[in-house]
Design a binder for this molecule. Structure first.
Ligand SMILES: CC(C)(COP(=O)(O)OP(=O)(O)OC[C@H]1O[C@@H](n2cnc3c(N)ncnc32)[C@H](O)[C@@H]1O)[C@@H](O)C(=O)NCCC(=O)NCCS
Ligand SMILES: Nc1ncnc2c1ncn2[C@@H]1O[C@H](COP(=O)(O)OP(=O)(O)OP(=O)(O)O)[C@@H](O)[C@H]1O
Length: 199
C-alpha cells in the first residue's frame, strides 16, 4: 500500500524544502506549482486558456506567460484569482492524478499550498503542515521569487491563515530555525517519532 503525504502551508513556509528532504528518504514528490507552470508552457492546455481568459498583456515578447506579472495582478484582485483557479485547477488535478497512478514509489508526497481548497484532503493519508512566522515567509518569498513587499503581502493574504490550517494537520513541522533543524524534524515525522497533531 502506498503512503500518501499531503504537504501544505503558506507560501514561503518551506514545503518544497521539506519535500526535497522527503525525496532523499525515497519519496516521490508531486509538486502542484511545477505542474501548473508546465501546463502554462506554450503548446499546453493551460497556456491557451490563460491567454484567452486574461489577454496578451500577461505574455512577453517571447510568447511566454509572464507569471510574475499575472501573480501581481491576481493576488491583488481576488475575483480574478478565482477566475484563474477555475481555469487551471482542473488541469492541475488531472495531471496530478496521472502522476500518482504512474508512481512506483511506496511514498508519494503531494506538495500543494492549496491542499484544502483544491479538495485534496481526501486524497492523502496524512496532512503535514509546514509553519513559519509571517515575517520569515514574506522575506523568503521576496528573496526567492524577486517580488516586492506588496506582491508578497497580497500573495500571503490570499491564502488561508496558518492558524486555520492547523485544524487540518496530522503533523506540524516548524520552520523558523535552521535547515538542519528542519531536516531533523522531517526525519522524525517520516519515521513516526514526532507526530505532533497541534501546536
Ligand atoms: C499566479 C501565478 C501565475 C504566479 O506564478 P509565480 O511563478 O509567480 O508563482 P508560483 O506559481 O511559483 O507560486 C508560488 C506560490 O504562490 C502561491 N500560490 C499560487 N497560486 C495560488 C493561489 N491560487 N492562491 C493562493 N496562493 C497561490 C503558492 O504558495 C505557491 O507555492 C501562479 O501561481 C498560478 O498560475 N496560480 C494559479 C494556479 C494555482 O492555484 N496553483 C497553485 C497550485 S494548484
Ligand atoms: N529554515 C530555513 N532557513 C533558511 N531558508 C529557508 C528555510 N526554509 C526554507 N528556506 C528558503 O525559503 C524559500 C522558501 O522555501 P520553500 O520554497 O521550501 O517554500 P514553499 O512553502 O514551498 O513556498 P511556496 O508555497 O511559495 O512554493 C526557499 O528559497 C528556501 O530555500
Amino acid at each position: 500500500m502506498k503512503r500518501m503525504i499531503g504537504l501544505m502551508g503558506n507560501s514561503g513556509a518551506g514545503k518544497s524544502t521539506v519535500a526535497s528532504f522527503l525525496m532523499e528518504l525515497g519519496a516521490d514528490v508531486i509538486d502542484a506549482d511545477k505542474i501548473s507552470h508546465d501546463i502554462c508552457e506554450p503548446g499546453n492546455a493551460g497556456y491557451d486558456a490563460v491567454r484567452k481568459g486574461f489577454g496578451e498583456q500577461f505574455f512577453g515578447t517571447d510568447g511566454k506567460l509572464d507569471r510574475r506579472k499575472l501573480g501581481a495582478y491576481v493576488f491583488a484582485n481576488p475575483q480574478e484569482l478565482k477566475r484563474l483557479e477555475q481555469i487551471l485547477h482542473p488541469l492541475v488535478l488531472e495531471e496530478m492524478d496521472k502522476r500518482v497512478a504512474a508512481s512506483a514509489s511506496g511514498t508519494i508526497v503531494v506538495d500543494c499550498a492549496l491542499l484544502i481548497d483544491a479538495g485534496l484532503e481526501s486524497w492523502v493519508d496524512e496532512i503535514w503542515l509546514v509553519t513559519a512566522a509571517h515575517e520569515n515567509k514574506k522575506e523568503r518569498i521576496k528573496m526567492r521569487d524577486g517580488i516586492d513587499e506588496e506582491h508578497a503581502k497580497n500573495r500571503l493574504g490570499s491564502q488561508r491563515k496558518q492558524d486555520e490550517l492547523l485544524g487540518y494537520a496530522d503533523v506540524v513541522i516548524h520552520n523558523d530555525a535552521s535547515l538542519s533543524e528542519l531536516k531533523k524534524q522531517v526525519g522524525e515525522s517520516f519515521y513516526g517519532t514526532n507526530n505532533e497533531p497541534q501546536e
